[in-house]
Structure formats: C-alpha cells, structure tokens
Design a binder for this molecule. Sequence first.
Ligand SMILES: Cc1cc2nc3c(=O)[nH]c(=O)nc-3n(C[C@H](O)[C@H](O)[C@H](O)COP(=O)(O)OP(=O)(O)OC[C@H]3O[C@@H](n4cnc5c(N)ncnc54)[C@H](O)[C@@H]3O)c2cc1C
Length: 438
Amino acid sequence: MFAFMVAFRNWAGNQTGSPSEVRTPANTGDVADAVRDAAASGRRIKMVGTGHSFTGIALTDGIMLRPDRLRRIREVGPDRVTVEAGCPLSDFNAELERRGLALANMGDIMVQTVSGAVQTGTHGTGRDAGGLADQVLALELVLADGSVVTCSADRDPDLFDAARVGLGALGIVTAITFRVEPSFLLHADERPATLTALLHGLDTLTEGNEHFEFYWFPHTEGCQVKRNNRTPGPARPLGPLRDLFNGEFLQNTVFGAICATGAWIPATVKPFNRVSAAALGVNVYSDASYKVFTSSRRVRFLEQEYAIPREHLAEALHRIRETVDSSRWRIGFPVEVRVSPADDAWLSTAYGRRTAYIAAHTFHRTPNPEYFAALEEILTWYGGRPHWGKLHTRDAGYLRTVYPRFDDFRALRDRLDPGRLFTNDYLDRILGTAASGQ
Ligand SMILES: Cc1cc2nc3c(=O)[nH]c(=O)nc-3n(C[C@H](O)[C@H](O)[C@H](O)COP(=O)(O)OP(=O)(O)OC[C@H]3O[C@@H](n4cnc5c(N)ncnc54)[C@H](O)[C@@H]3O)c2cc1C
C-alpha cells in the first residue's frame, strides 16, 4: 500500500481539502486496515471517486482513500456483474460492451467511479429505467469497526436500501454488483424545440420515449430536445467529423468561448443563448447505449439540481421562466430537464415518487448564488430533493421532511458508525450531528 500527502480539488474547482494522509488501497483488506488505523488514531476516513461532486461530500481532514487500484471486474454473469468500487464508469462500460452486456441507463458523463456515482444517486433520464443505484444488486462494504459485509435485497435488506445511496456515510464500498442486460442500441433524435411547445407536450414526450430530456436556454424560447429509444439496428453512429463538430467543437470549444465572453461581457449572453439553441441543430443516429447516453463535458461549470414530483414539472418550469425573465441575471448555461421512475433506495432523490429533475448551471467563473437560491425556493416549494453531489443549501431539518426514511437512515448510521468515522462538514449539515433520537 502506498502512502503520501496531497491536497484534493474537485472537478469544478470549488472544493478543496487537505487530508492528513492519502492511501491507495489495492484490495478490501487494505481498506479494512485503513479504517481500523483511522479509528485507532482518532481520525476520520473517506474514499473519494473522481471528484465530480460539486458539494463538499468527498472532503476529509483525515485519511483519504484513492480509488485508483480498486478497479477490477470480479465476476461476470449473464445478468449481473461485480466490479470493484473505484472502476471508472467508462472502463466499466467498455468491459461490459466487450462481453455483450450493458447497464440499462446512465447519466450524462461516464468518467466518475462506479461507487462515487452510486453513492450520490447519480441518474440519467428514463421512463422505465432508474438511476445507477436502482441497478445495484449487492454492495460489499467495510464498516466502521473494520468488518466486511455484503448486503442485497435478501441479505441485510435495510442496509442495502440505505447504503445504495449511502453518501459515503455508512461505510467504504469496496465492490458493487450491478444488474446488466444484453447490450443494446439506442436511436437518438436530437432537435431544437420551443419551451412553450415542450411545456404543452410534456406528458406525451415523457410517456412516449424511453429516455427523454431537454435543455432550455434561459432568456429565450430555445430548447434542445433529446429522445433516445431502443432500436434493433443497424447502428448508424454520427460520422467522425459530425461527432467532432457537434460534441467537441460546438458543445465544448465554441461553448467554452461563449461562456468566457459572457463572463466578460454579460450583454452577449442573451444573443449567444439564441445562437446556441439554434446551432445544435438536428442529429439523428443510433449507437451503443452508453455512447448515446453520455458525452464529454470540458467546459467547467457549477450545478444545482432538484428532484420534484413529476406532476409539478410544467408548473415549476413556468415559474422558473417567469423568475428568470423578471431578473437582471444573464444565465449563459442551459437548464437541463430529465425524468425518472420511482425507486426504493431510502435516500434516492426518486424514492417513492415519479420524478422530474431540473438542473441549473453557471459557468464556473461566474457563480450566481442568487439564481440558484431563487430556483431552490421554487423547487423546495414542491418538496424538492437536492442532488447530493450538487450545490444546495438544505440541512437535516428540511431533508427529513422530504425523505420518508430519513430518520431510519440516521438511526442505522448511529448503529453502524457511532463514532462518526465517515463524516465530514457536509454530512454533518445534511444528516445532522446529533444521534438520530435527539
Ligand atoms: C460534468 C459533470 C456531469 C455530471 N453529470 C451527472 C448526471 O448526468 N447525473 C447525475 O446524477 N450526476 C451528474 N454529475 C454528478 C456526479 O455524477 C456525482 O457527483 C458523482 O458522485 C461523482 O462521482 P465521483 O466518482 O466523482 O465521486 P466523488 O464526487 O469523488 O465522491 C462522491 C461521494 O461518493 C463517496 N464515495 C466515493 N467512493 C466511495 C466508496 N468506495 N465508498 C464509499 N463512498 C464513496 C465519496 O466519499 C463522496 O461522498 C455530474 C458531475 C459533473 C462534474
């Protein structure tokens, strides 16, 4: 096991930390040793993923475990695959594809580790298929006493339901078993639309497509709609030039330049938004599912995302549009809208309800806390649940009103980690510092 000192900085650059020690465990035994060492030396301990959370959820002042040597595939079956916790989703997808397998659904990017993504409830969009935690069949965890447990729907079901979106608060995940299926192709249809038309057609669009989402460019009517549905094929990927032009040039290089200009000259934001909405144009193609679900994101941004009951989506978006229109803000980043079926992980943002997600972004150099606060006020009015890895201001007092099993999660945490080995400032805020009965 290697040990050395470095500071931690997340992808967006808004969270930094200085752990007292950094280790890179190579197996579950190394993780258990590190947990025992942390307890014996009175320090806290946390494993990080790739630092793609915008909140301080991954920070620790104690021992930081890096995931880089925990990335092997352990076991492959026709409908389940066990992978070590630190495997990046990109490697996992490539391995699955090689074996003719795939995950049912994915988020926007695939650079995160499997465990980092699962622990914060990372999701994409889906009518029938939920987020990543909903595709988990079993978890191997190292608990605060250094013991190793495996939980599933049949084996310690409470721990399984709590630890799937466990926020890193219940233990260090060392391996995850995912439900997989034969690999499949998605037919992608991406095209511009107006916000007014989308708001009128939301039910048809969300019910009529397996994976529906859209981006709305604030201050304009302009939206880009994405509809992904399974197809028997054959695959017709975007040509390499079109892919480069659309994915890299338009969505990263040009968009990055637009954001940088908007940061210097805010008056350019509105006209640029109109141009951006139109420029993305129409793309119709089909490809391996994970390639259609994900893209590369090189323009750094800050993000806040709330999950609300699906039935309030249109009304919430109306209110957001009115708020943006009556403000003096210049919002250069689109608002992203996605959906999910209900699921049953206790702290999943889609727990027990059909869900719509509304995500606000700003360029990383021009944070706009007023904009995020205004949207947060609207979305919490609908009982909104913040994404655990994205910026928000909620605390345990609020969160227990929107998660029916919140106190059960806290009671389990009291039992498993009474000494709060796995906590940090962010977890203290969202889960509270006191024992759950107080
Ligand atoms: C560009 C970008 C795009 C994104 N797109 C999406 C999206 O489409 N959908 C979505 O829902 N989210 C999205 N996110 C958010 C992102 O998926 C989550 O924040 C995710 O947690 C990041 O994974 P990570 O590997 O970077 O984990 P980190 O951010 O490093 O860690 C997240 C949490 O997981 C814990 N953790 C990591 N490994 C372990 C382990 N082995 N055991 C216990 N706890 C562990 C950490 O301690 C921390 O608490 C996006 C973020 C960015 C920056």
